[in-house]
Ligand binder design. Sequence first.
Ligand code: PHE
Length: 467
Amino acid sequence: MNNKRAQWGSKLGFILAAAGSAVGLGNIWKFPGKAYEGGGGAFLLIYLAIVLLLGIPVMISELSIGRASQSNVVDSFRKLGYRGFSWVGWFGAIVAFLITCYYSHVGGWVLRYVFSYITQPQAVYADPTGYFYGLLGYDAATGATFFPWTAILFAAIFMALNAVIIIRGVESGIERFNKIGMPALFIILLILLVRAVTLPGSEEGLRYMLSFDWSKVNFHTVLVALGQAFYSLSLGMAIMITYGSYLSKDENIERNSVIICITDTMVAMIAGFIVIPAVFATLGADGVGKGGGFAFASLAGVFRQMPGGVFFGILFYLLLLFAALTSCISLIEGVVAFLTERFHWQRKPTTIIACSVMFLIGCVYTCSQAAFDIKGVWFDLANGVSFPIFGDAMEFLTDRLMIPLGALGCCIFVGWIWKPESAIAEIEQNGIKFGLAKPFRFLVRFFAPISIFVILVASLVFGTTLS
Ligand code: PHE
């Protein structure tokens, strides 16, 4: 659009930022529980196949669309000459917006836990579940509910941190933060892995994660794995198109995509091999929870049982914090890049307004937790169903519906409209060779769109009865 468009300062900077976007709460907060429910090893295999056959081609497609168009997610399709596909971009921007609303609040809870572990671990230890409920506005002892102002306050701080980094811009804000955050994350991850697998009794959890319980697998599991993989790779929405648009023409998109996908998947697997064995070793198999509270309520119980628990607890929540920040930044950048370029708004006020709006909507999420898990704060209208299902509805709408649809749109666009040849030409510039061009063409034209479509439809039709 203009030649002042931002660019990444270095190769490593881009990889770390893209991996930072991918590695997030999805890997550490969502993945282990889903892997457990999906049958351990069986789920891991399905997940791996999805990343290899669908994730990598879609990642390559999104980065090439972004770099070819040098544009935000909505305008990129128009820039390439296909206005009719702008809906894929709109979808992306809307999904990023919706996800940020709740993501920033969970980030706030994580920040609260980092503080709690540093300043008053005994309070968490005394009653891990009660502490978590208390954060969300429910007093388990008396049954009273109240406004969860601590959680809201920390969400506001978390959002403000994001805004500060985004306002500084692509290179000196986003890239610089990721260069610190990502290495820190890897180091913490490895320390925790060693701790978890050396706990007495962790073998059973390891065995579970390596066993293949296919009886738990159905269409629904496959859709969950698909939604989880795309969510985890930050695909099917504004992000990788936006990040690709800041990429210089002599970057190797193919190699970068493979590195980002492998890194993200490794982190998810390692998180699974930390969380599940640690839970088995301390709380037993029944301790593996499903809901969003698992990383908070149950894991606090895990750290309580573990030698050196406070130390490892601080590390764990710091890990989550870095992961959440680097991802949330990318979500907001997707929204902000779109708004500033589309409407020619200034970066700073746009960031502040967008962050405030998303934060406020997210308050519904935090406030509705107590109503959902236990009973009403605000939204427990006559003990009925109301906003308490906000979190679940959100996950269904974004992870299971809009993200697969956005990814499908992207495959159809690259496979049939813009054509794989254009993506290949975009990738093969400045003497770069696209070694996987042949499989890419096949996957993006046939395999990926057909399988995403089949999984989506099958699961919507049979999913509820089979699950
Ligand atoms: N990939 C991130 C995670 O795993 C979440 C995310 C989704 C970030 C979409 C950006 C865009 O937590």
